[in-house]
Design a protein around this ligand. Structure first.
Ligand SMILES: C[S@@+](CC[C@H](N)C(=O)[O-])C[C@H]1O[C@@H](n2cnc3c(N)ncnc32)[C@H](O)[C@@H]1O
Length: 393
């Protein structure tokens, strides 16, 4: 071990995601990096498949272990304790779990610090959980809802991929996290378990009760015209539709994601290889830095995990809200909303979200704002229609 006061974690990658080695490491590092975790190029038991190694400062081990159940692509983690601590019975350790190994001339006890509860993971899976769907006969709970089979509406992100996205986006420490293509809420559900405010958008109004029931702050909205102010969201985790016809929607929505991200914010997407090919140059032109760009095979389906961040200096397009404003408490959630047409501030009046600039009235239906441009009403006529909107803030 390269540092006496560091502890080594031996991480076991999920069997079904063994090929996604680099992404699994990136996920774990992102989850633990504020605790000083670092990936090692190699470690003990290196002859076994599907392992990677992290070091964590000894004083942060408990904090790190408490976060491990959030991992998606790692199913078990062993903690190596130098055997000098041998006499002590560790609370994380059951005596019968104890194993030993020798590495680089030192003896270690191997403690199982985390192991996924397979039963619990299965219950969270899209085909097991219930989702409230708005149907012609009213709202009803549907078990195993996987979408209506349409090209742009297939749903049901596996739990491990949902956790991966949330962790890669930095969701565990984010105050605000958004999924703009929320579907049946796979990513939202995992985000709600760790981020403070989780926002979801989906064009399909039938999903609104289900997404709200999960605990998200949901808006019926188009990902290509997001109803949020510039630089208002710290983390975005999303799986856009995979169908070839969705390519332009995904590229357009990516521009919107870049706009609403805070400086230092991060977007994690699971896309098709073709979408990723379009997103890479777009990220560069939007001033985003690509942090992770890795192929994943999901049961025969080729995907790409793409993570981009908005660097601290430099990105000015669309204007950023000030640091002071970014760090403030979100007293009123409406403060981060913007009109999807001109990105200007909005206010809430009775059952409407109203744009202060163009006076578009967006209806709040069953307590859920519908921020689709085509649903906007203009009871007083359109205002400022002949003027260019001021620079959005
Ligand atoms: C691949 S699914 C997301 C699946 C989601 N990760 C889950 O676990 O259910 C894509 C979702 O995007 C939505 N969608 C498609 N085009 C959209 C758009 N332009 N704006 C917002 N949502 C859109 C569809 O209604 C669908 O629910």
């Amino acid at each position: 071990m390269h540092h006496l006061h560091a502890r080594l974690l031996v991480c076991h990658i999920r069997r079904a995601r063994l090929q996604a080695h680099a992404v699994a490491i990136a996920e774990a590092v992102k989850l633990l990096d504020d605790l000083g975790a670092e990936a090692l190029p190699g470690g003990p038991l290196g002859d076994q498949r599907g392992l990677f190694w992290l070091t964590v400062p000894a004083m942060e081990v408990d904090a790190a272990v408490s976060r491990l159940p959030r991992l998606g692509y790692t199913v078990a983690v062993d903690l190596l304790e130098p055997s000098a601590t041998n006499g002590r019975i560790h609370t994380r350790q059951r005596r019968d779990d104890r194993r030993r190994l020798r590495w680089r001339g030192r003896d270690y006890n191997i403690l199982r610090a985390y192991e996924e509860d397979a039963g619990e993971a299965r219950e969270r899976a899209p085909d097991r959980r219930t989702f409230v769907l708005d149907t012609a006969a009213g709202a009803r709970a549907v078990r195993g809802y996987r979408g209506d089979g349409g090209d742009l509406s297939r749903r049901g992100l596996p739990v491990c991929d949902a956790r991966l996205l949330v962790n890669l986006a930095g969701g565990a420490r984010a105050k605000t996290l958004l999924d703009p293509f929320a579907g049946a809420g796979g990513a939202a559900l995992e985000a709600i378990a760790c981020a403070r405010y989780v926002f979801t958008c989906d064009r399909d109004a039938a999903l609104r009760f289900g997404l709200r029931a999960l605990g998200a702050r949901h808006y019926v909205a188009d990902a290509c015209c997001l109803p949020f102010r510039a630089a208002s969201i710290e983390a975005i985790a999303t799986e856009p539709p995979y169908d070839a016809s969705a390519r332009d929607v995904v590229l357009q929505a990516f521009g919107e994601m870049a706009r609403v991200l805070t400086v230092g914010g991060r977007v994690a997407l699971l896309t098709t290889p073709d979408q990723a090919a379009g997103l890479r140059p777009l990220a560069a032109s939007l001033g985003l830095a690509v942090e992770v760009d890795s192929a994943i095979n999901r049961k025969g389906m080729d995907c790409v995990a793409l993570v981009c961040s908005k660097p601290v200096p430099g990105y000015t397009q669309g204007g950023n809200i000030g640091a002071e404003e970014q760090s403030m408490e979100l007293k009123e959630l409406v403060e981060i909303l913007a009109c999807p047409i001109d990105k200007q501030p909005v206010r809430m009046e009775e059952n409407w979200i109203i744009c202060s600039y163009c006076d578009a009235h967006y209806p709040i239906q069953d307590g859920i704002p519908c921020m689709l441009i085509e649903e906007a009403k203009y009871p007083n006529g359109k205002k400022n229609a002949d003027q260019p909107a001021p620079t959005a803030s």
